[in-house]
Design a protein around this ligand. Structure first.
Ligand code: NAD
Length: 343
């Protein structure tokens, strides 16, 4: 069987997923696309062979699974419509513009019981997988502290070229929700549950409700402490760049490139090690870790009817953390407790 895949939204990330699907070898066909921006839909159709549909309903009628790749404010109602039809769906992060809508969205998917996956694609990035393995190794000892810095130019220009990211009604808020929701997810995925946050946000660009600096101090259940600094600046030569240092009792780990490295580490009594590219792939293989194509994995889950991963409930946990950071920042940085979450 071939899964007929439809795309709601024909922009930057839809193009990425179409390309990933094509290279995955998955049994999927590009069955359709709808975007109110007709020119974009037609370009997507020419590039990927998907037929342009005149409405959301027409697209949903014609496909077996759907990708929701619109700007964030559209996710909730589009996921709701797809789920109500029993369609498996892949929704981009953030799930919604705030925690309440994200919670409703996840509830609609659970009610329908459909296969669902979220675009927290860094969980499949080779460098991030290696960091998880290095941190989880008992030889490293316990995580003591993590320093996470994430910066990129305000994504209304360059390869993102979006106006909606400067509009709080469509994006929800700024760098923490739109971009660093990935980072909040990675922090718990690597270091375990967060129990409390203190945060500050700031705004230098003239876009109301769009913070361009967010700094959070995180307390982990394990006793570790971490910081996250997320910045949207104007240095267009710096697209999405992450640098993370994790200090464990007997190992230091640094991530300098979130996809293929470099990843560096040093174990007590051992040499400094750095791997990147093919060497990083070899290191993963040595550890028995096989990176997967997340889009191919989604289609495999659709075909087998088994749960996909990471699912929307996983992303909801990152929304809980982002919401706690925003509430802390609104109160001048006071600690906000967060309930226990699965990672
Ligand atoms: N996982 C990642 O790393 C990653 C990276 C980039 C973007 N994203 C997320 O993907 C989403 C889209 O971002 P983008 O960069 O592709 O934006 P984009 O502006 O390039 O594309 C969004 C498209 O959605 C269309 N759209 C709006 N409402 C629609 C509707 N009701 N039905 C169909 N199409 C509609 C717009 O016309 C636009 O073409 C956002 O939520 C963003 O946060 C995730």
């Amino acid at each position: 069987m071939t899964v007929r895949v439809g795309f709601l939204g024909a922009g930057f990330i839809a193009t990425y997923h179409a390309w990933m699907l094509a290279t995955s070898g998955a049994a999927a066909s590009m069955a359709g696309v709808f975007d109110p921006d007709r020119e974009r839909a037609e370009r997507f159709s020419r590039d990927h062979g998907a037929r342009v549909h005149p409405s959301v309903e027409a697209l949903l009628d014609a496909v077996d699974a759907v990708y929701v790749c619109t700007w964030t404010s559209e996710h909730r109602h589009l996921v709701g419509e797809a789920a109500a039809r029993g369609l498996p769906l892949f929704c981009e992060k953030p799930l919604a513009t705030d925690l309440a809508d994200a919670t409703d969205l996840v509830a609609s998917v659970h009610r329908a019981g459909v296969v669902n996956q979220v675009g927290l694609v860094l969980r499949d990035a080779p460098a991030c997988l290696l960091v998880r393995s290095l941190v989880g190794d008992p030889d490293a000892g316990r995580v003591m502290s993590v320093v996470f810095r994430d910066d990129q130019y305000l994504p209304v220009e360059g390869m993102y070229g979006s106006t909606w990211r400067a509009d709080a009604a469509r994006a929800g808020s700024g760098t923490l929700l739109e971009h660093s929701i990935h980072d909040l997810d990675l922090l718990e995925w690597w270091c375990g549950p967060v129990t409390s946050v203190c945060a500050r946000t700031a705004q230098f660009h003239p876009h109301e409700g769009i913070e361009d600096v967010a700094v959070g101090l995180l307390a982990f259940e394990s006793g570790a402490t971490g910081s996250l600094t997320s910045v949207w600046h104007d240095v267009v030569e710096r697209p999405s760049l992450r640098r993370v240092e994790i200090f464990c009792e007997r190992r230091w780990i640094a991530l300098e490139g979130d996809l293929t490295g470099p990843v560096r580490w040093q174990q007590r009594g051992g040499p400094a090690v750095a791997v990147e590219g093919e060497e990083l792939s070899d290191e993963l293989a040595r550890r028995g870790i096989a990176p997967r194509n997340p889009d191919g994995a989604f289609i495999a889950a659709v075909l087998s009817g088994t749960p996909a991963s990471p699912d929307l409930a996983t992303a909801l946990r990152a929304h809980v953390l982002a919401d706690a950071c925003y509430r802390s920042a609104a109160s001048g940085g006071a600690p906000v407790e967060v309930g226990h979450g699965a990672t």
